[in-house]
Design a protein. Structure first.
Length: 73
């Protein structure tokens, strides 16, 4: 898909606009051979870990400063 067309798909604001963009794409048959294959990650992820004492008091309110709420990257 051309990058300009991809950009336009990201900025669609109406159903008619979406249909007009879809009409610009070539029709392709659905790849039946991959229909039964898993999508996304196929390996088991790591178990979640929490900081020490995180679950001791589930009702405790955690107050974070605005700067601490986002990792920044």
């Amino acid at each position: 898909m051309p990058s300009e067309l991809r950009r336009q798909f990201g900025m669609v604001s109406s159903l008619n606009e979406l249909r007009a963009l879809l009409d610009q794409l070539d029709n392709q048959p659905y790849p039946v051979e991959v229909a039964a294959l898993p999508r996304g990650r196929t390996s088991h992820g790591r178990p979640p870990t929490l900081p020490d004492g995180w679950l001791k008091d589930p009702d405790e309110m955690i107050h974070l400063e605005a700067e601490d709420m986002f990792s920044g990257g």
